[in-house]
Design a protein around this ligand. Structure first.
Ligand code: ATP
Ligand code: MG
Length: 331
């Protein structure tokens, strides 16, 4: 199966004094057509900056300092999203690649009705659509995302709707132009658990019916289990493990992934104690030249404090960055 998006060796840095310090490095990922790739990791490990860099929306003063991408655009052929001229990027953003954020209010404008905002998203890419066509499209999208009373919702302002409804509307807007890739950055974190499940089910359904690929970003392995076929575990600005989803859940190899899994299974187990991996993620740019997880790892040996382990294949399609499995050092 072809890849819709290939990311090779992505590095993102920020200026600090006279230097550029890395916040993310050596990230390579493939998003196959029609599938969901999950990215999971603790706060600050570089999930969101990976996503925003793909749409050329990195927050200032962050910048991409290495790497390339290949996106299979139906308008422009194979393109590198990182260096695409802004006019072409505007054609792709919201049309071929749509993004949903954790907090719908960051994307919806409080002073415009839902209809005005949905119309704007359509008009930008389809300026010749008639009023009637736009209205029909918006109503059918709201029905698709299970919004009750869609007409009334169209004339509402964001503050008149609940968080779950707003997130459904964000999904409707994101999918309205039939994107080939949907990037969802913590799309359900702000919602309560039952609504979370409904939204994830809805995203899975729409992904199937639109044949879209999804890049699902989350700190929650439960969300990955619900949505993803393949998963990359981020830790301190790089990938520490990557595998098909069942392989990762049943045969995790990296001590960090094992810790993440232990912290969710302790929620459902007999123990009253909630397991948390001891210690904290080293902040961006302050990584020593050794395994970034070593300070928190119960298996850390001398080697782990001397060299950076390379991301190597431990089973077919399963990569892990740990000296317990392979002694290879990163070049
Ligand atoms: N606007 C910014 N200015 C400076 N540094 C930033 C900015 N945005 C992110 N960073 C840094 O980039 C690194 C990665 O941040 P990112 O937001 O991608 O993390 P994340 O994995 O999405 O975390 P979370 O789960 O909290 O959303 C962090 O070290 C963060 O401090
Ligand atoms: Mg984030």
């Amino acid at each position: 199966m072809g890849h819709l998006l290939e990311i090779s060796n992505l590095k993102i840095s920020t200026p600090r004094g006279k230097n550029l310090v890395p916040l993310l490095d050596k990230v390579s990922l493939n998003v196959p057509k029609g599938q969901c790739l999950g990215i999971v990791g603790e706060s600050g490990c570089g999930k969101s900056i990976t996503a925003t860099s793909l749409l050329q929306q990195l927050p200032y003063p962050l910048r991409v300092t290495e790497g390339t991408t290949a996106f299979d655009s139906f308008q422009h052929g194979k393109v590198d999203l990182l260096t695409l001229p802004s006019k072409k990027m505007r054609n792709i953003r919201g049309r071929e690649i749509a993004m949903i954020f954790q907090e719908p209010m960051t994307s919806l404008d409080p002073i415009f009705t839902i209809q005005q905002q949905m119309f704007e998203a359509l008009q930008f890419h389809f300026p010749r659509m008639s009023h009637k066509e736009m209205l029909d499209k918006c109503l059918s999208m709201l029905v698709k995302v299970n919004i009750p009373r869609p007409e009334q919702t169209l004339s509402s302002y964001p503050h008149q709707l609940s968080g779950g409804q707003l997130q459904r509307i964000m999904i409707a807007i994101a999918l309205m132009n039939d994107p080939r890739l949907l990037i969802a950055d913590e799309p359900t974190t702000a919602l309560d658990v039952t609504i979370q499940m409904q939204i994830l089910d809805l995203m899975n359904e729409l992904k199937e019916s639109n044949d879209a690929a999804v890049l699902m970003i989350t700190h929650d392995l439960g969300v990955i289990a619900e949505t993803s076929q393949h998963v990359a575990v981020f830790y301190a600005g790089h990938i520490v493990e990557e595998a098909p989803v069942m392989e990762l859940f049943h045969h995790p190899q990296h001590p960090y992934t094992k810790g993440l899994l232990k912290s969710i299974s302790s929620l459902s187990g007999d123990s009253n104690l909630l397991y948390a991996i001891p210690g904290i993620v080293p902040p961006g740019g302050s990584w020593d030249a050794h395994c970034r997880f070593a300070a928190r790892c119960e298996y850390a040996s001398e080697k782990c404090l001397k060299d950076v382990p390379a991301l190597t294949e431990v089973a077919s399609g399963h990569l892990c960055r740990c000296f317990l499995h392979r002694q290879e050092v990163e070049a």
